[in-house]
Ligand binder design. Structure first.
Ligand code: Z5A
Length: 216
């Protein structure tokens, strides 16, 4: 099947279900014959994954909100240059678990980094590259944190943050979604996981005008 390259992103607070939804949407698109690169941020390439470890690990040194923002964009530049742009140029699709909206939500909303700084860095790093469709998996913070605690393993630098921090992140995400209603689809991620996956897939299909799959 030939379709123009598309860039899809998934966003949401911790425990929203992005990992499962990303797998399900990727499989459904591949079943249509579309070449899809499923990737994530921070990370997605060897070098960007090393930056991910630096920014998520709870080391001894203080990492300021500005340093955190710069690390996110450093990883993003490497990811965009080595994976995202080349794939889109080849006409392939990219489905990315988080992108620049996450920096607006976490570093901007959560940590209070100036919006203009984030916009300037975004312009320098990826210019006019923007997702065609962004799924915001929305859950109340209490639900996200309960899910996170239920599967508790090693805790990263974000997972130690307070409920108030995640409220600010969620609110900024909802603001971003309201500001770009053509690009964003808000999915109620409190529903059963299979229902969330179905809603996410339907949102991708409607936003990108994909023809329905013929029943087998
Ligand atoms: N970050 C940033 O600050 N700035 C940036 O610019 C970028 C990122 C790009 C790592 O991201 C951190 O980086 C992230 C923001 C920051 N930290 N936080 N918070 P990440 O995306 O790799 O990590 P994450 O958000 O922590 O992923 P996650 O916790 O794995 O969330 P998820 O992928 O949305 O959830 P999940 O793994 O699919 O599900 C979590 C659990 O909940 C799991 O046990 C599921 O079975 C359960 N779950 C999920 N959905 C449901 C439903 N609907 N019902 C029942 N149970 C469910």
């Amino acid at each position: 099947m030939t379709t123009a390259a598309r860039f899809i992103t998934l966003e949401g607070i911790e425990g929203a279900g992005k990992t499962t939804v990303a797998d399900r949407v990727t499989q459904a698109l591949r079943a249509r014959g579309i070449t899809v690169h499923a990737t994530r941020e921070p990370g997605g390439t060897k070098c960007a994954e090393r930056i991910r470890s630096v920014v998520l690990d709870r080391g001894e040194e203080h990492i300021s909100a500005t340093a955190e923002t710069l690390l996110m964009f450093g990883a993003r530049q490497v990811h965009v240059d080595n994976l995202i742009r080349p794939a889109l140029t080849r006409g392939e699709w990219v489905l990315c678990d988080r992108f620049t909206d996450a920096t607006h939500a976490y570093q901007g909303g959560g940590r209070g980094v100036d919006r203009k700084l984030i916009e300037t860095l975004a312009q320098a790093v990826h210019g006019d590259l923007a997702p065609d469709c962004t799924l915001l998996l929305d859950v109340p913070v209490r639900v996200g944190l309960e899910r996170m605690q239920a599967r508790r393993g090693a805790v990263d630098r974000f997972e130690i943050e307070s409920a108030q921090f995640f409220e600010r992140v969620r609110n900024r995400y909802l603001e971003l979604a309201r500001a770009s209603p053509q690009r964003f689809r808000i999915i109620d991620a409190t529903a059963r996981l299979d229902e969330v996956c179905d809603a996410a897939l339907a949102a991708v299909e409607s936003t990108l005008n994909l023809p329905p799959v013929a029943a087998s």
